[in-house]
Write a protein that binds this ligand. Structure first.
Ligand code: GLN
Length: 543
């Protein structure tokens, strides 16, 4: 076995029993606590599916696609990493089975392995290990890398990843790596008892593949008593003190504080021989959680899309509202409006009483006409409105149809031969045939027009925001729309792409081509979400 010489330490996070236990939140929370102690932390998420990236998956399958500054379409856990660590992620922070195989197969065709039979072990596992090392060897030289393995232990797909981290831990030295396993300890209501058997099984399953968990985090509805921790410890070869409570909490931002209370970061540092740099700086975070617990007022905002009720599909938007709520000392209640079911006849009833409207991004024709109706309703009723990506498209179509009276104005995404293509394919998109990673992706600069609500939100001449789209505002209609009262409040530096629009004589109507939700952080709420909520509060007061 060859040794890897590196001063970085590694924490491998696996999940057992069921999916959706919150490995991403656990990894983010632990990372945040370690970073708060002065350590340089980085994260990589390993996803066992065969898609090269989640960009081609439906939000129903995968939840939101999180776009990074460098234009990668990644897992939504990267959003948690960014929000908890307040640190930008990029392409390297997410690797999928699809990417690993793509690399290995391309290299095989180039002749890089001439003579060899390409196999899962060692070729695939080596490439997985390489991806982990790439994150550790970045110029930022992290003291510690958290490696989150997607999926659940026992899945066929996860096996190469688990084998790779097993080897990796031996190669960097077991004293430099730590296995943290997250499981479920279900509460059986009829027996009024917490059950440890699933945890025993899933830790055993890990042991079968040669991984001994060093710490176990137990997701449960109620805190675990000492005796239960001892029982888990006995069956799993860990100390009772290394069995951590991951009890349900009202807000994900309380998770780090719960772990801190159990001294988890100290335990991890001791196990890995990491030296304390300074005492944990958690004051700001604690203050935010405290404020979040005591929100004084409430506003209701309509979230009008087609993945209604599916929390993961709009993850970053929901989080951005949490941040904006705290900034305004206001609880943001969301009314999920399914735009497929909206008509001219029922809209007043469906929207009655909301203080703000958000139309998020989306793809495909379903629900678009409903979104256009929502825009009309918000514009005519003077309700604060934020449109994102497809939400901007809907805003432009609505204005063209109802104010400019261009009948049937549409986006060529939905009607390729429309008479008035107010939204159309960007020129660089016209020749593209492949669907994967070919949109306009990642961060681009945008210049703001002084005096607009967009400018008032950011108070800067130039901003950078992340994109994920193929269609754009058609400049052939720009003059006419502006003459009719639409304000182009943000443009690309070459003035070619309209990135933000507003409506004159409306309290607050802003639509943007980019995705502001991707850049909202716990300690730095996004200015557009902050102002939308602020305006909603105003509206609630004056009603
Ligand atoms: N479907 C639209 C486009 O591709 C909008 C995309 C989005 O909302 N993210 O341009």
């Amino acid at each position: 076995m060859k040794k890897i010489r590196i001063s970085t330490k590694f924490i491998f996070i696996t999940g057992g029993v069921v999916s959706s236990l919150g490995k991403g939140i656990l990894a983010s929370s632990l990372g945040m606590l370690l970073k708060a102690r002065g350590l340089r932390v980085n994260v990589i998420k390993l996803d066992p599916y065969i898609n090269v990236d989640p960009g081609t998956m439906s939000p129903f399958q995968h939840g939101e696609v999180y776009v990074t500054d460098d234009g990668a379409e990644t897992d939504l856990d990267l959003g948690h990493y960014e929000r908890f660590l307040d640190q930008d992620m990029g392409r390297r922070n997410n690797a999928t089975t699809g990417q690993i195989y793509e690399t290995v197969i391309r290299r095989e065709r180039e002749g890089a392995y001439l003579g060899a039979t390409i196999q899962v072990i060692p070729h695939i596992t080596n490439e997985i290990k390489q991806r982990i090392l790439d994150v550790a060897r970045r110029s930022s030289r992290p003291d510690l890398v958290l490696v989150e393995v997607g999926g659940t232990v026992g899945d066929i797909e996860s096996l190469p990843f688990l084998e790779a981290i097993r080897q990796f831990s031996l190669e960097v030295g077991q004293e430099n790596s730590l296995f943290l396993h997250l499981t479920l300890v279900p509460f059986i209501r009829a027996a009024q008892e917490l059950k440890t058997k699933p945890t025993q099984h899933s830790v055993g399953r890990l042991r079968e593949i040669g991984i001994q968990a060093d710490m176990i985090a137990c997701r449960s509805e109620v805190p675990l008593e000492r005796s239960l921790k001892e029982k888990i410890a006995l069956f799993t070869n860990v100390r009772a003190a290394d069995v951590i409570d991951a009890t349900d909490v009202p807000s994900i931002y309380e998770v780090p504080l719960n772990l801190e209370h159990q001294k988890m970061a100290q335990t991890v540092m001791r196990k890995l021989g990491l030296r304390v740099i300074h005492r944990p700086r958690l004051e700001k975070w604690k203050a935010i959680v405290e404020r979040q617990r005591q929100l004084q007022q409430e506003v209701e905002i309509a979230l009008c899309g087609k993945y209604v009720g599916l929390q993961d599909a709009y993850k970053s938007i929901l989080e951005a509202f949490q941040h904006a709520g705290v900034a305004n000392s206001t609880r943001v209640k969301l009314r999920w409006v399914d735009t497929e079911l909206l008509t001219v006849d029922n809209i007043d009833k469906v929207m009655a009483g909301v203080h703000g409207v958000l139309v998020p991004g989306g793809f495909g024709e379903r629900g678009v006409e409903g979104k256009i109706e929502v825009v009309r309703w918000a514009r005519e009723s003077g309700t604060p409105f934020l449109g994102i990506c497809l939400g901007l498209h809907a805003a432009v179509m609505e204005y063209a149809r109802n104010v400019l009276k261009l009948r049937g104005a549409n986006s060529t995404e939905f009607m390729p031969r429309t008479k008035h293509p107010v939204i159309h394919l960007m020129p660089e998109q016209r020749k593209i045939k492949h669907k994967g990673a070919t949109m306009r992706l990642g961060a681009y600069p945008c210049n703001l027009l002084r005096g607009t609500n967009s400018w008032r939100a950011y108070r800067r001449a130039s901003i950078s925001e992340r994109h994920r789209h193929r269609y754009e505002f058609n400049n052939d209609y720009r003059q006419r729309l502006e003459d009719a009262g639409m304000v182009v409040s943000g443009v690309s530096p070459d003035d070619r792409l309209v990135e933000m629009v507003e409506v004159r004589n409306h309290p607050w109507f802003v639509a943007v081509q980019f995705h502001p939700e991707l850049k909202s952080r716990v300690t730095r709420p996004h200015p557009l979400f902050r102002d939308l909520v602020k305006q909603a509060v105003k509206r609630a007061r004056h009603k």
